[in-house]
Write a protein that binds this ligand. Structure first.
Ligand code: SF4
Length: 650
């Protein structure tokens, strides 16, 4: 009997409205875990090669983690998987909140959709019964209105949990995401567009099935020990103190390895916005569409996004399901509901430093508007920055922009452009599918300003600051993601504490050594990918993982939940299998692994002549080849061998 996982999925065919339960053998979970692992397994085996991501053959899966609902901590994330309309390959995004346990409480590890509905519908599962319902009255509503209307209509004993799209997903913007918990977003990969293409407005879940575990007492003991690490919170620096610290660190020739406890202190106090000024000063935050530096987004400008200043409008904090840390916040202000989510660091920098916008109120407003529209804030900010650079260089003119003066830091023009992208009006229609497609349509050499990897807009961590990001931007089957690995992430995960075959790290090292290509770094990068596959199979939060696996015991929780007796190395071997499966998915769908490298500007080609990342370049080709070697794939092509590609159901 399965414990930890539910052992079933639901497959909904939107073309003929059939709904079918499918049993999943235990062997699948043992080999691929649940969550994104199970999701990837279903996609790999069921989406035909060359399927149109916005056509009926694409499959969209909403999956919960193996550890979700077991009493373990930091394990309430749900994942959406599908063929990405943004990259053309494997697509995945995840989000916190309370939607993940609701999937399992309906009796499933995942709910999958294929086909296309004739008219807008939503899936409603209540008391274990699944049905498709008309969503005509919801079509056109924003994501928060949609969730509020569904909750008002369907609340009985409990409030149902809702995942839905806004107008951006309905209009099949390839940078649209899927919202839950009133405006939180599984944003990356453009999977909101897949939901829109299927005319699936929402998934509404309300059931109360029991989630069984093999050894709940052991899970509880492990969780109590872990919680002690999380609750330890000494007095900590002010927001301005962090900026000064970063300014000092920038000049030192040496660097200390990052301990995730430090990051935890920051997250607990401010949430991810702790990094706003710190990263701008240090060179971690890309500025002015990756062509600028801390000298362009000066202290005077970045002061406007100081975390302490932003926190003045926070009225309450919140936690995702099963999270003892609680990095989320609700802020009050002039918003349709009078309040909004505290923007995340990624959103703040994409809508400020990347566009040289120092108007903090506009960042709050745009973040709220994009959440409602269901558009990825990273991609939207990246696309606006691209358009500004095109305009500043005469590639776009006022005639093209319907009169908008798209100059750096022009807040009003940014907001107007964002509105056009949401409704696909004029230039907004060209930009609504992200920078790669926009550059193809605009031409005139605009591709040199298109900051993406494999079609996905780059996130707010500069690969010239930490070259480990460059590797993961390039090699992941879902490229351009910041939530998987970097040199700093390896330091924080502390995997070598659990798998003694992995190399430890020096507590202090010369900054220059970060740019040397070594075999050890390839081992680090491969370990990050493998581990995050395990994490996404478990429903784990990367911020929890960054506290360190010796303090947040994901491997031990997995054994206690399932009754397995696997070592951390066994789990990393599963992570390796999952990485190979995703790579094989991309190759099956015609993606050349060499084609997903980030724009050369992100590699310091040419090197910057001033600012925090002055003279830094990244030798990415060698790093990629070494990384592929760690998986046993062809080091020239990135292709796994035929013997490694064996993912059929057994
Ligand atoms: S650390 Fe933040 S994002 Fe992660 S589970 Fe907790 S509240 Fe959610």
């Amino acid at each position: 009997m399965s414990t930890g996982y539910m052992g079933k999925i639901l497959m909904v065919n939107l073309s003929d409205s059939t709904i079918e339960e499918q049993d999943i053998p235990d062997s699948v979970y043992e080999k691929f875990l649940s969550g994104a692992g199970l999701g990837g397994f279903i996609l790999y085996n069921n989406i035909p090669a060359g399927a149109d991501p916005l056509g009926p053959d694409n499959i969209l899966g909403f999956v919960s983690g193996l550890l979700t609902g077991t009493g373990s901590l930091f394990t309430g994330r749900w994942m959406v998987v599908g063929k990405s309309p943004l990259t053309g390959g494997y697509g995945e995004a995840n989000c916190g909140g309370n939607f993940s346990p609701a999937i399992k409480r309906c009796g499933y590890d995942g709910i999958f959709f294929k086909g296309i509905s004739e008219k807008p519908v939503y899936l409603y599962i209540s008391k274990g019964k699944a049905e498709l319902r008309d969503a005509g009255h919801l079509w056109g509503k924003d994501a928060i209105e949609t969730e509020e209307m569904l909750i008002a209509d369907l609340t009985e004993k409990r409030k149902p949990k809702v995942a839905c799209i806004g107008p951006a997903g309905e209009k099949m913007s390839r940078i649209s995401g899927i919202s839950n918990d009133l405006g939180r977003m599984a944003a990356r990969s453009g999977l909101g567009a897949v939901m829109g293409s299927k005319k699936l407005k929402a998934v509404v879940l309300d059931s109360a099935k029991t989630i069984k575990t093999n050894n709940r007492n052991e899970i509880k003991d492990l969780s109590q020990k872990c919680n002690k690490w999380v609750q330890f919170q000494p007095w900590f620096l002010s927001g301005n103190g962090l900026r000064i610290l970063a300014a000092i660190l920038r000049f030192l020739p040496i660097q200390t390895a990052m301990d995730g406890m430090l990051w935890k202190f920051m997250l607990r106090k401010w949430g991810t916005i702790a990094l706003n000024q710190y990263s701008s000063e240090l060179g971690d935050a890309p500025i002015k569409n990756w062509a600028g530096s801390n000298l362009d987004f000066t202290k005077e400008k970045s002061n406007n996004i100081n975390p302490d200043t932003m926190m003045k409008s926070e009225v309450s904090k919140y936690h995702c399901y099963s999270c003892p840390l609680g990095c989320g916040g609700i802020c009050k202000g002039d918003f349709p509901n009078g309040e909004t989510h505290k923007p995340e660091y990624e959103s703040v920098l994409a809508l400020s430093g990347l566009c040289l916008n120092d108007n903090m109120d506009s960042v709050f407003q745009m973040n709220d508007r994009l959440n409602r529209a269901g558009m990825d804030t990273i991609s939207a900010g990246g696309t606006i920055a691209f358009a500004i650079e095109c305009y500043e260089n005469g590639i776009l003119t006022k005639k093209d922009t319907d009169g908008l003066e798209l100059t750096w830091g022009n807040t009003e023009a940014m907001i107007a452009l964002m509105e056009k992208m949401i409704v696909r009006d004029g230039i907004g229609d060209i930009l609504a599918d992200g920078v790669k497609i926009a550059a193809e349509k605009i031409g005139k050499g605009s591709d040199k300003y298109a900051m993406h990897a494999g079609g996905q807009e780059l996130p707010m961590h500069d690969s010239r600051f930490d070259p480990g990001f460059a590797v993961h931007y390039a090699v992941e089957a879902n490229p351009g993601r910041h939530t998987i690995g970097s040199q700093m992430y390896y330091e924080m995960y502390r995997l070598w504490k659990k798998d003694k075959s992995l190399p430890g790290i020096w507590l202090m090292y010369r900054k220059k050594s970060k740019y040397k290509v070594t075999k050890k770094k390839a081992i680090h990068a491969a370990a990050c990918s493998k581990f995050v596959n395990v994490l996404n199979g478990a429903g784990g939060c990367v911020f929890g993982a960054q506290i360190g696996v010796d303090r947040v015991p994901f491997f031990e929780w997995l054994n206690a939940a399932t009754g397995w007796n696997k070592t951390p190395a066994d789990y990393l071997e599963i992570g390796k299998r999952l990485q190979t499966m995703k790579q094989a998915f991309n190759i099956k769908h015609g993606i050349d692994p060499k084609s997903t490298k980030p724009n050369v500007r992100a590699l310091g080609q040419p090197a910057m002549t001033q600012g925090a990342n002055k003279n830094r370049t990244v030798d990415l080709d060698k790093m990629i080849s070494d990384y592929w070697g760690q998986f046993g794939w062809n080091t020239n092509t990135g292709k796994p061998s035929e013997t490694e590609i064996n993912f059929d159901q057994e």
